[in-house]
Ligand binder design. Structure first.
Ligand SMILES: [Zn+2]
Ligand SMILES: [Zn+2]
Length: 264
């Protein structure tokens, strides 16, 4: 009997690995943890956020983050952006990086469920989902686009169609995560184009993480120039609203590479 249980576990793990072990730390999950994360790796949703860009705020009386109040919003062409979690939380950025670089596309399913739970009304108010595209060279290297996977699972959960509305036309190297907002904006400017007519459409743009907001801003700009009537941005994680200018994602990158060497 014990033998059959063991075999059953091996088979289940091959087909549904996210249901048996925590996606972040790899520890066994008990029956009550159906969302793929153990108690230690689960964090609460962002409770207070900037009304425009969705960055996390410590003070619930604050309406807008520092970036939206003081920094030039010329590139923030989206109508609203939201994310359920803070990228600065350890387990959150580890899961984002595991999806992006750890060759774990099925983790997108766990993340999509949280995004739908947090932003169901926003998704319901739109016609379709789209995602931040990768340049074909980058997609070949990574084998899949993590944002497309997230959009695909969100579509499964909500019934909203996913459409490839954008194309990346300029290859910008492997990673831009260590760059600041200005450098990142300069690098991706005019590097996306529309694949079809988006006039009068209400669109949700899906991505994994919102850091400087430059990528979301540039994609939204293209969609708005194509006369989309509404562009909402939904990501799994976002930066902190009180320190977006000083936040350095490259610190996380160094920590994550060490973490990945130890766990994968
Ligand atoms: Zn865990
Ligand atoms: Zn803001």
């Amino acid at each position: 009997m014990k033998f059959f249980k063991h075999i059953n576990k091996i088979i289940s793990r091959a087909f549904y690995p996210e249901n048996l072990t925590c996606a972040v730390c790899g520890n066994e999950l008990d029956e009550s943890r159906r969302d793929g994360l153990c108690r230690d790796c689960s964090v609460p949703f962002i409770s207070s956020c900037c009304e425009h860009c969705g960055r996390a705020l410590e003070n619930s009386t604050q309406k807008f983050c520092e970036a939206c109040l003081y920094i030039d919003r010329e590139n923030d062409r989206f109508d609203i952006a939201r994310a359920p979690f803070r990228y600065a939380d350890d387990s959150v950025h580890k899961l984002v990086w595991k999806l992006k670089y750890g060759n774990n596309p099925y983790y997108a399913k766990i993340m999509a469920a949280k995004m739908v739970e947090y932003a169901k009304d926003l998704i319901d108010s739109c016609d379709c989902l789209t995602y931040v595209p990768l340049h074909p060279i980058k997609q070949r290297k990574r084998t899949y686009n993590q944002s497309e996977r997230l959009a695909h699972y969100i579509s499964q959960l909500t019934g909203k169609p996913v459409e490839s509305l954008l194309r990346k036309t300029v290859y910008s190297g492997e990673s831009a995560t260590s760059l600041g907002r200005k450098e990142r904006s300069d690098m991706i400017r005019d590097s996306f184009e529309l694949t079809c007519d988006v006039r009068k459409r209400k669109i949700i743009l899906i991505d994994d993480v919102f850091t400087t907001g430059a990528t979301a801003g540039e994609c939204s700009k293209i969609l708005k120039e194509g006369k989309a009537s509404f562009v909402g941005v939904l990501t799994y994680a976002t930066s902190d609203g009180n320190k977006p200018a000083t936040y350095d994602p490259s610190d996380n990158e160094k920590k994550f590479k060490k973490f990945l060497r130890n766990t994968v």
